[in-house]
Design a protein around this ligand. Structure first.
Ligand SMILES: NC(=O)c1ccc[n+]([C@@H]2O[C@H](COP(=O)([O-])OP(=O)(O)OC[C@H]3O[C@@H](n4cnc5c(N)ncnc54)[C@H](O)[C@@H]3O)[C@@H](O)[C@H]2O)c1
Length: 327
């Protein structure tokens, strides 16, 4: 897809990954509509541009989605409740947004007749802990949280609706992403925030688990490529760097950026229950079909993120205090 003046809808476009997708699409010349309820996304993360239209609204609203999606040629669907610890407190809301919201988006896309490709953003969490590494798209799905189950149900709905209707859809499964404009206390923002607040001792749970981190510019780029590449239609594609790092090693890498002496302490009370202990991406399919590869090294990406966080301090609220679950 040549993006010049193409009309692309980005749900969750004010969020961490969505704002990067929006920026890149605008740079490519697309006209972008962001649909976001701003539960975690922020207006200030979006650029000022005459190529951008921002709609405040909920992906679960049938009439609104029907009206907004009309006339768009591509959809990148990122809007979701993404933070696993929140799903311990509000499992029902996760299914409502991540599963039902996804069905509402896709069903309305099918009805428009203008949408050429629908890219659904899933997650590596649907696989659960690695049973073999690196994890390809045939890895069994044994999700460990209601977040992951609600995302997997969304994926399967996208896949069946794609088959039943012959409608062009792609499922992208990103492994962990990091970078500036984060919105949730994911592990890297959590470590950076503790350091910025001046701690002499990082307190972390699950330090022995390992993850595969990709810089957000690379993650976002894979989603745009998925919209472009005809061969991606009907495919599930993993997106990740292919490199594994243990959380305690990640923490010491980040502490070095502060140039201060900081200890790392394991705190059992911060341990997530039933956590996934290992995720590493096999990105062969993304390389082949999307012609995608990660470009930013972890050292460069972490430095960039750390500098951004120092300039843009964010105070996160605890899951049970978050306003949007109360509405
Ligand atoms: N961050 C990661 O490492 C990661 C990894 C794998 C998959 N993902 C997936 O990528 C997507 C984006 O994640 P993120 O980390 O950028 O999270 P995020 O919270 O920053 O972005 C989600 C966006 O969706 C919006 N939103 C939430 N509920 C909505 C609703 N009902 N209607 C409209 N908008 C709504 C939020 O305001 C926010 O802007 C999610 O689908 C997530 O599951 C993220």
């Amino acid at each position: 897809m040549n993006f010049k003046d193409r009309r692309i809808l980005v749900t969750g476009g004010a969020g961490f990954i969505g704002s990067e997708v929006t920026l890149q699409l605008i740079k490519l010349g697309a006209n972008v509509t962001v649909l976001d309820n701003f539960s975690s996304g922020k207006r200030k993360y979006l650029p000022k541009s005459n190529k951008l239209r921002i709609v405040k609204g909920d992906i679960r609203k049938k009439e609104l989605v029907r009206r907004i999606i009309k006339d768009h040629e591509g959809v990148i669907h990122l809007a979701a409740l993404p933070f696993i610890p929140d799903s311990f407190f509000y499992p029902g809301e996760f299914f409502d947004v991540n599963t039902n919201g996804t069905v509402n988006m896709l069903w309305n896309a099918i009805k428009t007749k203008t949408v050429e490709t629908f890219v659904h953003i899933s997650t590596s969490e649907v696989y659960g802990s690695a049973q073999f590494v690196p994890m390809d798209e045939n890895h069994p799905t044994t999700p460990h949280s209601t977040y992951a189950v609600s995302k997997l149900a969304g994926d399967r709905a996208v896949f069946t609706l794609h088959k039943e209707n012959g409608f062009p859809a792609v499922v992208i499964r990103p492994f962990n992403s990091y970078g500036p404009r984060f919105t949730e206390p994911y592990i890297i923002p959590e470590i950076i925030n503790q350091i910025i607040r001046g701690t002499k001792e990082l307190t972390l749970g699950n330090i022995h688990s390992s993850r595969d981190f990709t810089f957000v510019e690379d993650t976002a780029n894979s989603m745009i490529k998925a919209l472009q590449e005809k061969k991606a239609v009907g495919e599930i594609i993993n997106v990740g760097s292919g490199n594994e790092i243990q959380i305690k090693n990640l923490a010491s890498k980040i502490t070095k950026l502060s140039k201060r002496k900081i200890k790392i302490r394991y705190d059992e009370s911060r341990e997530r229950p039933y956590d996934v202990n290992r995720l590493i991406c096999n990105n062969k399919k993304a390389r082949k079909i999307l012609k995608w590869k990660p470009k930013i090294s972890m050292d460069k990406g972490l430095l960039f993120t750390y500098k951004w966080a120092k300039k843009n301090p964010i105070k996160f609220s605890a899951p049970f205090k978050r306003w949007y679950y109360k509405n």
